[in-house]
Design a binder for this molecule. Structure first.
Ligand code: TXA
Ligand code: MG
Length: 347
């Protein structure tokens, strides 16, 4: 399949009538797949009402069928078609954070969406992206769009159209190239179907920000266990992983550099994931700065691009600094832990 690349300037007026956006929307109406920029990462969009389109999403990504998709909408009124109720907590969160990097889980109305999109669950995850190109595409096609991150399953999520093409060229109808995304890590997923809202995935909106709006918010127990015991072996799956094994390092820069020396002594090519503040300290085959430690938003924004860049450098092993587990650093550490398969070396 030929994969179209439609370049779109997100700042131009009247994006809904932009020929590139109209072209892409037509493919979506024909149940073909289009990758689109959002404020978090690129999504792989398909018609959420169509089993055919949704099956193509799972096939293109190589995604396990029991992992449900997020439904993207442009207007709140679209919710009525596939959600049974909007609890007060969800209404407050939508007022505060939509459009934006927050996905809310609702109780699902049966029969309105492809069963495959929600993996047969009784709930549905919904978000309104804060990106002019995404909103224009959603409005132009007029459909709810199921969109997981537009990477092959297991790889880092794409923050640039090039990343999408690296993974999916020839497998999808096209990608709307709106430049690099902003937040860089995926949306926060919050379940509003119970008595208290529960964070299932940390992301662009922090727990602190959520609690300011709805009061107490819980975190999924599985999430807490993993971050409380990051050294536990045999974590079942690795996600966001670069090709070479990645180890998180807790300790001084000097300690990390001794680990580098040790592996270089064994004849290995070593990569270091650091930040601009510490970049010049390390000596290794490939030292990559991932934003600035003093501003964790910049680390989130370049994390996936940095993880992908290690694959071009042909390193055998990667050591990474770790980050404060607070604010958006919580999402950064959650993704880094997955990329490392929870391997941590402490000084
Ligand atoms: O920022 C984002 O959320 C990006 C952009 C493209 O919107 N999308 C994204 O989708 O990250 P994906 O498929 O990579 O991650 C969706 C997450 C998965 O962890 C999935 O298990 C969870 O949301 N999810 C979806 N529906 C759910 C449901 N009904 N209940 C619980 N979790 C759900
Ligand atoms: Mg994903």
């Amino acid at each position: 399949m030929n994969t179209n690349v439609w370049k779109v300037d997100k700042y131009v007026d009247n994006l809904e009538n932009n020929p590139q956006v109209v072209d892409a929307a037509n493919f979506l109406r024909e149940n073909e797949l289009v990758a689109l920029p959002t404020e978090t990462v690129y999504g792989l969009g398909g018609n959420a009402e169509s089993d055919e389109a949704v099956a193509k999403i799972f096939a293109a990504k190589g995604r396990p069928g029991d992992n449900p998709l997020i439904i993207h909408i442009a207007e709140r009124k679209q919710l009525n078609r596939f959600v049974t109720e909007v609890p007060p907590s969800a209404a407050k969160l939508m007022d505060a954070f939509w459009p934006g990097p927050l996905t809310i889980i609702f109780k699902k109305k049966e029969g309105a969406l492809s069963e495959k999109a929600t993996a047969g669950l009784e709930t549905v995850a919904v978000r309104m992206p804060d990106h002019p190109v995404a909103i224009a595409l959603l409005k132009t096609c007029g459909l709810p769009i199921a969109a997981p991150s537009a990477n092959s399953s297991g790889k880092p999520s794409p923050t640039k159209a090039e990343h999408v093409l690296d993974d999916l060229n020839g497998k999808i109808a096209g990608v709307l190239d709106g430049g690099a995304t902003g937040v860089g890590v995926e949306s926060t997923v919050i379940d509003c179907t119970g008595t208290l809202p529960v964070i299932l995935r940390p992301g662009g909106v922090t727990k602190e920000q959520l609690e300011e709006v709805v009061g107490e918010v819980r975190e999924d127990a599985a999430l807490k266990d993993q971050s409380a015991r990051p050294k536990s072996p045999g974590m079942k799956y690795t996600h966001y992983a670069p090709n070479a094994p990645l180890f998180m390092v807790s300790g001084t820069r000097g300690f990390l550099q001794t680990l580098v020396e040790e592996k270089r002594g064994e004849g290995l090519r070593v990569g270091v994931l650091t930040t601009e503040e510490n970049e010049s300290f390390y000596e290794a085959e490939l030292v990559l700065a991932c934003g600035r430690r003093a501003e964790l938003e910049t680390v989130a924004a370049s994390l996936y691009d940095t993880l992908r860049s290690f694959n071009q450098g042909k390193v055998d092993i990667i050591f990474s600094e770790i980050f404060p587990n607070e604010g958006v650093g919580h999402a950064v550490m959650n993704r880094l832990e997955k990329a490392a398969g929870h391997k941590l070396i402490s000084e």
